[in-house]
Write a protein that binds this ligand. Structure first.
Ligand SMILES: Cc1cc2nc3c(=O)[nH]c(=O)nc-3n(C[C@H](O)[C@H](O)[C@H](O)COP(=O)(O)O)c2cc1C
Length: 239
């Protein structure tokens, strides 16, 4: 089997897209990847609404812009945004970035992504595991898209509040009873208009992992006979 870590560690969120469409075969593969995700009790509570229609994507983009604009304006008023973008030295550039953020334009990108996928958790077949199941399916889709050379972004902010989730359901004509579906997120996919060359920096394992008990950061030494190299293990497997 190939090492999937290369695909996992080179993925990054993409929010700017070329107008080129996504071929059906690729879209099918992305959806297929979702289907194989792990799911509590094998309930498979995921349902997907694939949206290519420009008008529908515009509505989603507008929903995201309004919500994001008001959230970011609040952060701007609290000074958080200015702090976050302090490292941009050019004041004109910094002002433009801030405007892009607090206007909500930063979240409008469903309009330019050739495919948006609404991700719904069925509360009829699912259980308390619904958000976890759906998150596993989402990650599978993002990784499959990336392995195909496509860019994608997981978007939750614009559907996080129940009011915005209800608006999203209305746009997609999803049944609105509380017990039917939970809107988990939507995903934007397309061909990347390159934003960043590298993935965003991630914390090193040394800051994330404890060994044997919480707080222990040093890895315990295994007895010599228990140490098997990766190559050696491969050889044993083949025997
Ligand atoms: C649960 C979740 C919610 C997210 N919601 C949004 C969102 O609302 N808007 C957005 O632009 N990106 C969203 N993202 C993408 C993150 O901003 C992105 O994953 C993060 O900045 C790390 O960057 P990377 O994906 O390039 O590694 C979300 C990601 C996750 C996992």
């Amino acid at each position: 089997m190939g090492d999937i870590l290369e695909i996992i560690s080179s993925r990054k969120s993409i929010r700017r897209f070329k107008p080129d469409p996504i071929p059906d075969e690729m879209l099918d593969k992305i959806l297929e990847a979702a289907r194989w995700a792990p799911t509590g009790e094998n309930y498979q509570p995921w349902r997907f609404v694939v949206i290519r229609d420009q008008e529908t994507r515009n509505k989603i983009g507008d929903l995201a812009k309004v919500g994001s604009g008001s959230r970011m304006t609040a952060w701007y008023c609290l000074g958080h945004m200015q702090e976050r973008f302090m490292k941009i030295e050019d004041p004109v550039k910094r002002a433009e970035v801030l405007r892009f953020m607090y206007s909500g334009e930063v979240s409008e990108f469903a309009k330019v992504a050739p495919v948006v996928i609404g991700v719904l958790g069925s509360l009829q077949v699912g259980s308390v595991d619904v958000p976890y199941d759906l998150s596993a399916a989402i990650e599978n889709m993002l990784l499959e898209a990336h392995s195909l050379g496509l860019g994608g972004c997981w978007v939750h902010g614009p559907v996080a509040s129940s009011r915005d989730a209800a608006k999203f359901k209305k746009i997609l004509k999803v049944p609105t009873e509380m017990s039917a579906y939970k809107v988990i997120a939507y995903l934007a996919f397309g061909w990347a208009l390159e934003q960043r060359r590298h993935p965003r920096p991630k914390l090193p394992l040394s800051e994330l992992v404890y060994w044997e008990e919480y707080g222990k950061t040093s890895r315990p030494k295994l007895p010599l006979e228990a140490i098997v190299s990766y190559e050696e293990f491969g050889k044993r497997e083949k025997k």
